[in-house]
Design a protein around this ligand. Structure first.
Ligand code: ZN
Length: 428
């Protein structure tokens, strides 16, 4: 099913969003202590903001603003907050996002739209291999979305592969929602136990939190290794707690679709000017129909581009490319610049590597340094040579490589709040 708005032309969609934008500005000016002050401090004439291009007249909102003045973003009485979600805190102090009842409904509607994009229906059974606790927003978003769709839900949580396999075999889910590297671990567990995953009911996997595609939409190593081992369709998504909205791929796999009634997005350059389709910049979002903590021109820190051509699935909505990297995570290393994601892609492509973590820090003269920690089955000179040669040829520089046990790497990967695993330890 495709919503009427998603079939409309770009111009019609933008016209719809512009009306919503005007309403949002009035709402923020009346209800948000942060934005009231933000507008008056920056001498913004709100009556002059009428269309999409006018957005550039508005100052941007940064992660620092949200971290430093978290509760000034709240537009409702505190007793209207029904869910306290939180960012993971991997990039500094966690931010609390308070959701009203309407915001929770909106969040569910958002993933309902995502499920429609992957051809979801009420006969589906979703295995939610993700955390539904620890204030994690994605967990409740997918749960609410699947409920709205009328589908069956199995809340299995992250990890515990024997249990996941048992649930798959006994309850026959056809869709899994999970972090793709967890799927890779599930595959290797199944291989060890000689369990045939292709004989199971699973047909689709919605991948959250990590990239599965290269910039040309081909699967990256992670996507390839999953689809080589398991005959499933993979769908990429992009979302963040702050924006309370996901972008999700359809079956065309040519970028993640935008939900236009829930979000306005811009791709901007370093001076916050809007860039045309195809150009790479920072994803900047404005939430629509959020009641508790709406955001205006919020700079996500994620770098990507976007496409406006109609999609073969029948939707006219814009699509964003795979995220190329986090602006803050750009590493300037030995005369070259790279995002951690490109290092991950290379490490994912080397078969014998069981797990890894990349540590980035500043050396005594203020330059970025990088150490790659790797766990392999049986460390030996030949493998060490192969790993270093691959890194050197793909990165054009050779970072320091150290070998650790699988347990030591797993310990390194756990974030302070124990909610997410992260292959990047950024100490800068
Ligand atoms: Zn599509």
């Amino acid at each position: 099913m495709i919503l009427e708005l998603e079939r409309k032309s770009n111009e019609e969609i933008i016209k719809f969003q512009e009306l919503e934008l005007v309403k949002l500005l009035q709402y923020l000016n009346s209800n948000s202590p942060f934005y009231k002050n933000h507008f008056s401090k920056n001498k913004v004439d709100l009556t002059s903001i009428k269309n999409y291009a006018d957005l550039v007249k508005l100052p941007v909102t940064t992660k620092d603003d949200l971290q430093n003045q978290n509760w000034d973003f709240l537009c409702v009485q505190k007793n209207k907050i029904k869910e306290y979600c939180s960012t993971s805190g991997t990039m500094g102090t966690p931010v609390t996002i308070g959701l009203t009842k309407n915001d929770i409904d909106r969040l569910g509607y958002n993933e309902y739209l995502s499920f429609l994009a992957i051809d979801g229906n009420a006969d589906d059974i979703y295995l939610l291999m993700l955390s539904l606790d620890r204030q994690f927003m994605a967990g409740i978003a997918y749960y609410e979305g699947a409920r709205k769709l009328g589908a069956g839900i199995i809340r299995s949580g992250a990890g515990n592969f024997p249990m996941q396999i048992d649930l798959i075999q006994r309850l026959s889910p056809n869709v899994i929602i999970a972090v793709p590297s967890t799927i890779l671990s599930l595959i290797s567990y199944a291989n060890e136990k000689e369990i045939d995953l292709n004989g199971t009911s699973v047909r689709k996997i919605v991948c959250i939190g990590e990239n599965i595609r290269n910039e040309d939409f081909s699967f990256n190593e992670l996507g390839q290794r999953i689809t080589n081992a398991w005959n499933v369709e993979l769908f990429s998504t992009y979302a963040s707690t702050e924006q309370q909205t996901a972008f999700t791929e359809c079956e065309a796999g040519k970028g993640s679709h935008h939900h236009p009634e829930l979000l306005i997005f811009e791709i901007v350059d370093d001076d916050n000017n809007q860039l045309p389709p195809g150009e790479i910049g920072e994803l900047t979002i404005t939430t629509l129909s959020v009641e508790g903590m709406p955001l205006l021109r919020y700079k996500t820190g994620d770098v990507c581009t976007y496409f406006t051509e109609p999609c073969s699935c029948g939707r006219m909505t814009n699509r964003i490319s795979p995220i190329i990297g986090r602006k803050q995570q750009l590493i300037k290393y030995k005369g070259t610049t790279l995002y951690p994601q490109s290092v991950f892609n290379i490490l994912n492509s080397i078969e014998n590597i069981k797990e890894y973590a990349v540590e980035v820090f500043k050396n005594e003269i203020g330059n970025d340094e990088m150490i790659i920690y790797i766990a392999v089955q049986d460390p030996n000179d030949e493998l060490d040579f192969k790993i270093k040669r691959t890194l050197q040829s793909m990165l054009r520089v050779l970072p320091e490589v150290k070998y650790l046990s699988l347990d030591e790497i797993h310990k390194m990967q756990i974030s302070d709040d124990k909610r997410k695993v992260s292959k990047l330890k950024d100490l800068r």
